[in-house]
Design a protein around this ligand. Structure first.
Ligand code: SF4
Length: 366
C-alpha cells in the first residue's frame, strides 16, 4: 500500500516536472519569437531609412570654381577655370536623377559668371523638367539680373545668397565684394530679395561666422525679410586642407577661424531668428554633404581635404559614389532633409493653423 502511494507520488512529481519543462519551453519560445520580431522591425526600419536616403539624395554640384569675389576663407577656390560643356552637364544631371537625386543645389565659385547665368539657368530648367523635385542655387548674388528671374525663376525653388555682414565695410574686409565702382553687396542682396518675391522664388541667406562678424547683431536685418526668408544657414568658418589651409591652398583662413564658444555666442544672440536660423558647426559640415566638382567627381572630406572620386560621366554613378565619403547619419543629424520644394513650403504656409505673422509687404522696408 505504502509502496503504491509512493509510486503514485513519484509519478505525480514526474508529471509536474514535465509540465514545468513544457511551460518553460513555451516561455523561452515566446521570448525568442518576440526577439526575432523586434529584430525584424528594426531591420525593416533601417531598410526604410536606407531606402529613403538612396531615393532622396540631396546633391551639391559645384560646376565652376571661378569667382569674382575674394572671400578670405573661401573653401572652394579658383583652382581651375574649367566647367563641362552644357550637354555633358545635362547628361550628368539625368544620371543623378536616375540614381535617386531629389534635390540639386547649383553652386560654385560663382554660378552666374558662366555665360551670364544662362548656363546655370539651362541646368535649373532641365533639372526641373526631368523631375528633380527641389532645385536650388547658392550665389554671391553680384551677377544676377531681373532678366534671369523672368526667364528661369519659375523653375527655381530656392535661391540662397551669401551674406556675412550687413555692414558694407565688413563685407569688404572679408572679401565679399565685387570691387567694381559703386557696388554694394547688401544693396544687391535686398534687390535680389525683391525679385524673389516678384518671381515667386523662395529666398535664403547663407552666413559664414568668422573673426570679423561673430560679434555682429544681425537680428534686425534678418527679421526685416519677414516670411520671404525661408532659411538662414549659419556656418562656423571651416578650414579645409588644400583649399584655405596648407601650402598648396589659394587662401589661408587661419585669421578667420573662430572658437566653438564664439560661434555659440553668435547663435545665442540670434535666438529671435530661430524660425529660420539653421546652425552648422564644423563637426556637422564635414562629410554631411554630397559634393560634385566641376568634372562631376564626388569630393570626399573624410581625411580633412577634398579628395576627388572618378567622374560619374566616366565610371557611372554607383562606382563614383563609393568614394563620395558621404555620412548619411550626419546628414540627417544636421537636418539635411527638410521641406525643400517651393510647392510644399508654400502649402505649409497656407495650411490651417499655420503662422500668419509678418506679411512681406509690411516687413520689407528697404
Ligand atoms: S563668393 Fe566667396 S566663398 Fe563663394 S566662391 Fe566666391 S570667393 Fe568663394
Amino acid at each position: 500500500m505504502q509502496k503504491t502511494e509512493c509510486y503514485k507520488g513519484l509519478a505525480h512529481l514526474g508529471q509536474i516536472r514535465l509540465l514545468t519543462m513544457s511551460l518553460l519551453t513555451q516561455v523561452i519560445q515566446c521570448f525568442l519569437g518576440m526577439v526575432g520580431f523586434l529584430a525584424q522591425l528594426l531591420t525593416r526600419a533601417a531598410q526604410q531609412q536606407e531606402d529613403k536616403l538612396t531615393t532622396g539624395l540631396s546633391i551639391n554640384y559645384h560646376f565652376t570654381r571661378m569667382c569674382n569675389y575674394t572671400c578670405g576663407f573661401c573653401f572652394h577656390t579658383q583652382k581651375t577655370r574649367d566647367n563641362l560643356p552644357l550637354d555633358r552637364a545635362l547628361e550628368g544631371l539625368a544620371m543623378l536623377r536616375k540614381n535617386g537625386c531629389e534635390k540639386i543645389n547649383f553652386s560654385g565659385g560663382e554660378p552666374f559668371l558662366i555665360k551670364k547665368g544662362t548656363y546655370v539657368g539651362e541646368m535649373v530648367k532641365y533639372a526641373k523638367e526631368i523631375g528633380i523635385s527641389s532645385v536650388t542655387i547658392i550665389s554671391n548674388g553680384s551677377k544676377i539680373t531681373e532678366e534671369w528671374f523672368s526667364k528661369y525663376g519659375e523653375y527655381l525653388d530656392i535661391l540662397g545668397i551669401s551674406c556675412d555682414s550687413f555692414r558694407s565695410e565688413v563685407n569688404k574686409i572679408i572679401g565679399r565684394d565685387d570691387k567694381s565702382k559703386g557696388y554694394d553687396h547688401v544693396i544687391q542682396l535686398h534687390k535680389i530679395a525683391r525679385w524673389c518675391k516678384q518671381y515667386n522664388v523662395l529666398f535664403k541667406i547663407n552666413t559664414v561666422v568668422n573673426t570679423y562678424n561673430w560679434q555682429e547683431d544681425m537680428n534686425r536685418e534678418i527679421l526685416k525679410f519677414g516670411e520671404l526668408l525661408v532659411r538662414w544657414k549659419v556656418f562656423q568658418c571651416l578650414v579645409i586642407d588644400g583649399e584655405n589651409a596648407g601650402e598648396s591652398a589659394l587662401r589661408n583662413a587661419a585669421s578667420f577661424v573662430i572658437s566653438d564658444s564664439e560661434f555659440k555666442e553668435f547663435l545665442d544672440r540670434h535666438q529671435q531668428c530661430s524660425r529660420v536660423l539653421v546652425p552648422e558647426d564644423n563637426e556637422s559640415m564635414r562629410n554631411s554633404y554630397i559634393i560634385l566638382d566641376e568634372k562631376m567627381r564626388f569630393l570626399s572630406n573624410v581625411d580633412g581635404q577634398k579628395t576627388p572620386s572618378a567622374s560619374i560621366l566616366e565610371v557611372g554613378f554607383e562606382n563614383a559614389f563609393k568614394d563620395a565619403g558621404f555620412d548619411s547619419q550626419m546628414f540627417l543629424r544636421r537636418g539635411g532633409k527638410y521641406t525643400w520644394t517651393k510647392a510644399e513650403i508654400l502649402a505649409e504656409r497656407t495650411a490651417p493653423g499655420a503662422s500668419c505673422s509678418s506679411s512681406l509687404d509690411t516687413d520689407l522696408s528697404w
